[in-house]
Design a protein around this ligand. Structure first.
Ligand SMILES: Cc1cc2nc3c(=O)[nH]c(=O)nc-3n(C[C@H](O)[C@H](O)[C@H](O)COP(=O)(O)OP(=O)(O)OC[C@H]3O[C@@H](n4cnc5c(N)ncnc54)[C@H](O)[C@@H]3O)c2cc1C
Length: 251
């Protein structure tokens, strides 16, 4: 196994190239156990720990979070991102895990992952990534819908504007918990954005709720999944209640 440890964002992008055969390690909380237990057999590993992609900057009317920034670094940023970050696993996981890794963390088959995806969608965040075809900047929801394979996330940014935000989640009271389902909402300049994590392989935007402003439309266009944490029935039952709570916070 070839291990590459770039020391700048430019080196990281060059080493990633078109992404063919490259496995990215952010914090490694998912990918390292997969390699250790033989579930993943990478030819080339790109470790981002020293890539310089860990900076969080606020300026020019926006906030930019480097892909290798730890989840703990966003606990002090804007809502609903801060609340979601504070609920990822436990302190050990949050200190090790990265924002890029969380953004690209798919459902494990047993539990949802990627808790930062919904709040980033609610914030109207954009992902800057590189890979085949060069650098691209896309809305988070478009990036996730296109599949994260073959892309190296460089950073994610959102506008630093006055907004109201809401976050409501369902999880088990356990130190190493995973979130079962969570809803993030944000209202800025009269625009309401609402998204949910835990319904499927990645977070989705709840456009019907955004248009009506009502929790009664929470189930429109969504297909909740069964997994080891909860049934699809449970998720269908709980989703409108979480949407209602999140909407109350942005009212
Ligand atoms: C006990 C425990 C509890 C957990 N609880 C939660 C939870 O509550 N919520 C939650 O969301 N997750 C949870 N997780 C899962 C995981 O720790 C987090 O999702 C974490 O944020 C993943 O980030 P990472 O940097 O460690 O990812 P990694 O393991 O480094 O990578 C995850 C995936 O993303 C890819 N990747 C990493 N960085 C990039 C990048 N810059 N560009 C493109 N692809 C990239 C990797 O190749 C891999 O496919 C938990 C894990 C454990 C072990």
């Amino acid at each position: 196994m070839d291990v590459v440890i770039p020391t700048s964002p430019e080196e990281a992008a060059k080493a990633f190239g078109d992404g063919k055969g490259v496995t990215i390690v952010g914090g490694g909380t998912i990918v390292v156990p997969d390699i250790t237990y033989g579930r993943l057999k990478p030819g080339k590993v790109l470790m981002l720990a020293r890539s310089g992609l860990d900076q969080v900057t606020r300026g020019d009317g926006s906030v930019t979070i480097g892909a290798a920034a730890p989840v703990t670094a966003v606990e002090e940023l804007d809502e609903p991102l801060a609340s979601a970050a504070g609920h990822v696993g436990d302190l050990e996981i949050r200190a090790q895990a990265t924002v890029g890794g969380n953004l690209c963390a798919a459902h494990s088959g047993e539990a949802p992952r990627g808790d930062l995806q919904a709040p980033l969608i609610a914030l109207g965040a954009r992902v800057r990534s590189t890979g085949r075809g060069g650098e691209k900047v896309q809305p988070v929801e478009e990036f996730l819908a296109g599949g994260t394979e073959g892309r190296l996330v460089l950073d994610v940014s959102y506008d630093a504007v006055e907004r109201k935000a809401g976050y409501a989640a369902s999880w088990r009271p356990h130190t190493h918990h995973y979130t079962i389902l969570a809803v993030a909402a944000a209202k800025a300049n009269g625009e309401l954005r609402v998204a949910a994590t835990g319904l499927g392989p990645h977070a989705v935007r709840l456009t019907a709720v955004e248009q009506s402003g009502s929790a009664e439309d929470a189930l429109e266009g969504v297909e909740p999944v069964d997994d080891a944490l909860a049934s699809a029935w449970y998720r269908r039952t709980v989703l409108p209640k979480l949407v209602k709570r999140a909407l109350e916070e942005v009212a």
